[in-house]
Design a protein around this ligand. Structure first.
Ligand code: NAD
Length: 367
């Protein structure tokens, strides 16, 4: 029987459209190879949407996402829109509201060090020789990014000040903790919860609630780390980590740290999910204005985001695995975009479009 899925594609700005083109090549192969009916519709988001509709998140784009089974997102932002008030700029005006509208309360970022690329890690080889596989589970629509009051004000003495409010409801912590423990049951069964419970009230509640949720998962081992210590331990011993559970702000920072120690942001996929299987999938990096338009961006982060999409939203594990295997095999055979190229003579430099075509070819022949 032919399976049917609806996919909304939001390529956005900068390298977004370039890497998305390669993602579409992969989707075309999947459709044929696995007999899927993929109904793909493209929508504008970010700076290109501001140029056409005067807003970074037009209603047609919101409706398109709400009507889809999953969203594949490129990236938004660029110098062209930097003169706008911050609340109208692409990232703030498109991504943040989209996460809220779609109720994407969890962000997961996989930081896996592939053995063929372990030399790219900035960490010493004795630390990363055996690779590592960390999954950062970040609460995405609560905490200090969304708390009210927020903004800049003037006090009675005409001194300017700014305020952000950090707030967490017990239920918000419970649902993200449940997610982290569930996902850990399919992995190495270890959760590290990150907070700042020695200073912050929200962190004290965070720790209490995580401990409560942990009682439902006796097979999962749980430890707590203060965020400052976590940032040190990740660098000292990344192999010690399996699932890292974080509030919004700490997750934003630590997931970048976990990404960086793999060697390139161009390799890192991410997924933002809600309670049902719906999700928004995107590369961890941004619109990379410094390299956009040059056909040199690494499309692997976007292609691995498609693998996550087939795993978490469409629940087609064989397709997810086939995509990931094709990427691993292309890397094993020495093909590289410029960001992951070293002086090793076995390596062959590919452009964005050639890397996309190479992975598509490998995928066609993947068992
Ligand atoms: P960035 O991730 O765009 O770039 C940081 C560095 O990583 C750059 O040197 C870039 O060339 C490199 N890089 C990123 N993706 C790459 C890829 N696929 N292949 C090779 N190299 C890659 O972050 P930035 O420079 O801080 O931000 C640039 C713009 O992107 C800003 O407007 C920012 O607001 C926006 N941004 C958007 C998102 C998003 O859409 N989700 C996320 C972060 C930043």
């Amino acid at each position: 029987m032919i399976k049917k899925f609806k996919l909304a594609i939001l390529a956005g700005d900068g390298i977004g459209p370039e890497v998305m083109e390669e993602g579409i090549k992969i989707l075309e192969v999947i459709k044929k190879k696995f007999m899927l009916k993929l109904d793909i519709k493209e929508y504008l988001v970010g700076g290109v949407a501001i140029d056409k509709f005067g807003t970074a998140l037009p209603k047609s784009t919101i409706d398109g996402c709400l009507n889809a089974d999953a969203v594949l997102f490129g990236s938004v932002g660029g110098d062209k829109w930097k003169h706008l008030p911050v609340e109208q700029q692409p990232e703030r005006a498109a991504l943040l509201p989209l996460r809220k509208i779609l109720n994407l309360f969890v962000n997961i970022r996989s930081s896996k060090l592939y053995s063929s690329l372990s030399h790219l890690s900035p960490l010493k080889s004795k630390i990363v020789n055996n690779g590592f596989d960390i999954l950062c589970v970040r609460e995405l629509i609560g905490g200090i990014y969304y708390g009210i009051p927020k903004g800049q004000k003037m006090d009675n003495y005409k001194r300017r000040y700014a305020v952000d409010t950090s707030i967490y409801y017990e239920e918000e912590i419970t649902r993200i903790a449940n997610f982290a423990f569930e996902i850990a049951t399919f992995r190495r069964k270890k959760v590290t919860s990150v907070d700042k419970a020695n200073v912050l009230e929200t962190s004290i509640l965070w720790r209490e609630v995580v401990n409560k949720v942990a009682k439902k998962y006796p097979e999962i081992s749980l430890n707590h780390l203060y965020v400052d210590n976590a940032s040190m331990q990740i660098i000292k011993n990344p192999m010690d980590f399996d699932v890292i559970l974080c509030p919004n702000l700490f997750g934003d920072i630590l997931s970048d740290e976990c990404g960086m120690i793999t060697g390139s942001i161009g390799m890192l996929p991410s997924a933002s999910l809600n309670k049902s299987k719906f999700g928004l999938y995107e590369p961890a990096g941004g619109s990379a204005p410094d390299i956009s338009g040059k056909n040199i961006a690494n499309p692997i982060a976007l292609i691995l985001s498609i693998s996550m999409l087939f795993k978490y939203s469409f629940e087609q594990l064989n397709i997810a695995d086939a995509i990931e295997s094709s990427v691993i095999n292309v890397l094993k055979d020495g093909y590289r975009t410029f960001d992951i190229l070293t002086t090793n003579t076995n390596e062959k430099l590919l452009s964005t479009s050639s890397m996309g075509s190479k992975i598509s070819d490998y995928l066609k022949h993947e068992e």
